[in-house]
Write a protein of this length. Structure first.
Length: 472
């Protein structure tokens, strides 16, 4: 008979679980490992190898920034402007909206390119602030991916799969390494928009998937209160709130204290209570010196009108990682330039350029860049041929950059063909990017996994290679 400390529901649930466990005895080792992973703290009891970095800031440029107008200088596009790309380059390829019409006219860059810094990195005039940190950047010009449209490409970039329900990159990182601050989430997401065709972003790109839900990214909004509903309602003081949380925890224990999601809910209630104290201090930027505000362009931002809030989010990203947050994702969702690219991409670039460069500079000045990885880039690039007055989606070759965390500074890695269509030299797939970043965090991407639906899953699935040439 169930005891007073064990409800009928919990008793039956445990009994059914015991019977199921007998049939799964051959897999008991994996199940036990999973149970240990659900314990508070990091899933890894030790790093797989020495780490070069402790944390990640991912500046996600949603919409597909055009590599051909920012980082990939192609004189051939100027030479052949208005002509068609040779058939040999595009035979059998797919497009999103050009409908396979690769006979559309080639469109040269809408901006002038120059070689920047002592490293001679090619960066366009659209990114003057980024040009000043050229010697800190590892620019990867040979990225390629699998999904041709935005939503599945977002999912692929962030979860390693186009299939819904997979954990986000940040969730995997938090799960593997834990968080250094019990008063803040280990994975924070912030979103801004300015300068293009507004690109929707789905919560599945920061979801925990089949990992315990406590590893899901927490979205911070703009303003002095970045987390919605964090403040207690009128008439509820701290003591009353603590009583409610304690009562909820007791009920969860009574009705099956070994239930992972019930334990997660309790821990999230407790985290929310601690965030009521930690978040207001985090979001208060009044103590930042004038030199730092000027570096990010914060005082010139006029309440986010110039950057859509991107500048503030980059400064908050620095403050978050200073406080022990493991993975911060700053999304700017206005890089979708199917039309009017000559008019709109300068606006989007200006919204993101100064703060992106300021973040790298600020981290470097504070001694944080050495063990922080900054990743900048979108879900794909843009076609060398015009789509009216813009460019279509492009997955065969595009550019991202990384800084800090043991990535080789002042480096241009890989390359595309003379039209910027195919990545042809030292190609880097999205799975390779994930594997390499995890490697720098001390994680072997093949060994960070979760047993789900009969097999072990990982961020890189059955793919991915560490690109050693990117590493210092």
């Amino acid at each position: 008979m169930p005891s007073a400390a064990c409800s009928r529901r919990a008793f039956l649930g445990r009994a059914a679980g015991a019977l199921g466990a007998l049939s799964l005895a051959p897999f008991a080792g994996r199940l036990w490992a999973g149970d240990r992973d659900l314990a508070p703290g990091a899933a890894l009891t030790a790093l797989h190898h020495p780490a070069r970095a402790k944390r990640v800031i991912f500046l996600m440029m949603s919409g597909g920034p055009s590599h051909l107008d920012l980082f990939d200088h192609k004189p051939k596009l100027i030479e052949m402007a208005g002509k068609s790309i040779p058939d040999s380059f595009v035979k059998g390829e797919q497009s999103a909206q050009l409908k396979g019409n690769f006979k559309a006219k080639l469109l040269p860059s809408v901006a002038k390119f120059s070689q920047r810094g002592q490293s001679g990195q090619w960066i366009s005039d659209l990114l003057p602030h980024t040009a000043r940190i050229a010697d800190d950047l590892c620019i990867v010009r040979s990225m390629h991916t699998d999904a041709i449209n935005h939503d599945p490409a977002h999912a692929f970039l962030n979860t390693g799969s186009t299939i819904p329900g997979r954990p986000a990159w940040g969730a995997w990182t938090w799960y593997g390494l834990g968080s250094d601050n019990a008063d803040l989430p280990g994975f924070v997401v912030m979103i801004s928009d300015k300068g293009g065709q507004l690109q929707p972003v789905s919560s599945r790109i920061w979801h925990s998937g089949f990992l315990p839900s406590r590893f899901q990214g927490v979205v911070f909004g703009s303003g002095a209160a970045p987390v919605h509903y964090l403040a207690p309602p009128p008439g509820v003081d701290a003591a009353r709130q603590a009583d409610v949380i304690a009562a909820a925890a007791a009920l969860n224990r009574l009705n099956g204290g070994d239930d992972a999601e019930a334990a997660t809910r309790t821990s999230q209630y407790q985290l929310a209570e601690r965030m009521q104290r930690s978040v207001p201090e985090l979001a208060d930027l009044s103590g930042e010196p004038a030199s730092v505000r000027a570096l990010y362009g914060l005082d010139q931002d006029a309440g986010g009108k110039r950057t859509g809030g991107f500048a503030r989010n980059c400064l908050l990203a620095r403050r978050l990682i200073e406080r022990g947050v493991r993975f911060v994702q700053v999304i700017h969702r206005d890089w979708d330039h199917h039309g009017s690219i000559a008019k709109d991409i300068p606006v989007t670039a200006a919204a993101c350029d100064q703060a992106s460069a300021a973040l790298v500079t600020d981290l470097k000045q504070r001694g944080l860049l050495d063990d922080t990885i900054v990743v900048w880039g979108g879900e794909f690039g843009r076609t060398p041929m015009a789509q009216g007055t813009g460019r279509d989606h492009h997955i065969r070759g595009y550019t991202m950059w990384l800084a800090g965390g043991g990535f080789k500074p002042g480096t241009a890695w890989g390359g595309t063909d003379e039209f910027g269509f195919h990545a042809v030299q030292d190609r880097v797939h999205v799975h390779d990017l994930h594997a390499t970043v995890l490697h720098q965090l001390g994680i072997d991407h093949r060994r960070l996994s979760w047993f789900h639906q009969g097999r072990d899953f990982r961020l890189t699935d059955v793919h991915g290679h560490v690109i050693k040439g990117l590493l210092a």
